[in-house]
Design a protein around this ligand. Sequence first.
Ligand code: AMP
Ligand code: GLY
Length: 422
Amino acid sequence: MNILLLGNGGREHALAWKMAQSPKCTQLFIAPGNAGTSSCGTNIAINPTDFKNIRDFVLKNDIQMVIVGPEAPLVEGIYDYFKNDEQLNSINVVGPSTEGAKLEGSKAYAKKFMADRNIPTAGYQEFTIDNLSEGLDYIKSQTPPIVLKADGLAAGKGVLICQSIEEAQSEFKKMLEGKFGNAGSRVVIEEFLDGIEFSVFVITDGKAYKILPIAKDYKRIGEGDSGLNTGGMGAVSPVPFVDQAIMEKVETRIIKPTIAEIQKRNIEYKGFIFLGLIMVNNDPFVIEYNCRMGDPETEVVIPRLQNDLVEIFQALDNDSLQNINIKIDERAATTIMLVSGGYPEAYEKGKVIRGVSAIEDSIVFHAGTKAEGDQIITNGGRVIAVTSYGQNFREALKTSNKNAQLIDFEGKYYRTDIGFDL
Ligand code: AMP
Ligand code: GLY
């Protein structure tokens, strides 16, 4: 079978790496991919939201399966685009329909979805410019910290945690006045939850579901979780404090009701659900839904999955996911992200990356990289994820840390304290 994977990050390199191992995979194409994905298949220069060009490519290359890595094409409706096209509708698109992608694409939609099933999440209200003054009054009635969320996709920047009423009111106004463009034309104001976060990944065909390895990512740029938010600086799997009792609560209170609500609403959903969770007094709450895998969590989740990933994806299309037995590597996996100097603010690209080929005991997943002649150069803020296995996360991290030192490019930065809070 010929497969097309959309995206160009570390997540996509990990997915490509895994799918390329499947005997079911004949040809793998990655659009647009990076310098790492080209060792798993063929990169093609198509943007993941350019549906027309994707359509032409899929038809010309007899693609039978399309895996959607990032959220943008899902929220923009790639699943429905395929299903509404006579020539494309038999192709297996891994990812939710446009309606399902609203779980990530609209925070207000997700909050209502959870409220309808009593899925535990922070209390909230939503506002637009039409009830701005009510919003300001609502903020005044709250105790800081106050969480403001732009309703739509805002490149990971749409969540603000405000430490005072004045700050929250001022930011709330800025959001409604266009700070995040259209994404902020509706704002969710949410209760602040205090606790430790972790991520649960579920794959579903809309009826059955399977739970993939649990992970925890580290979003802040600085050691000890300080400084600006990033796409993610590292991850570990499994998460030591997430025991069976917690997972039972997650399954009964969150996963089962989520799948039940998807069914009740007749949402077509054949793909990943990423639950961003937080433990408050030993009870799990949903911080957010995403309609795709996490990055860099994929770089630790997928290496621990022992199944044939292509077979799992086929089962989504055949409605036979219930027959799949998920097998998970007992070992821990960790990843450390090497980033460009200056990230997540302004940074330079085009720095030559050295030392990758000398790494033997880690898996090097490329994120923002590009081949130039016979060199590999930096091409993004997050550059390379160094994934290692170990008997426990500390042992795995030792290897990731050692190899993070060996890969080099001008301005390289990484956190040496991933897992510090575990
Ligand atoms: P998001 O962009 O939705 O991933 O949110 C970014 C981060 O904001 C989350 O990973 C949490 O650390 C934090 N956050 C979001 N909502 C809340 C909340 N209600 N209480 C506390 N922290 C939150
Ligand atoms: N690592 C968080 C995300 O992928 O959204």
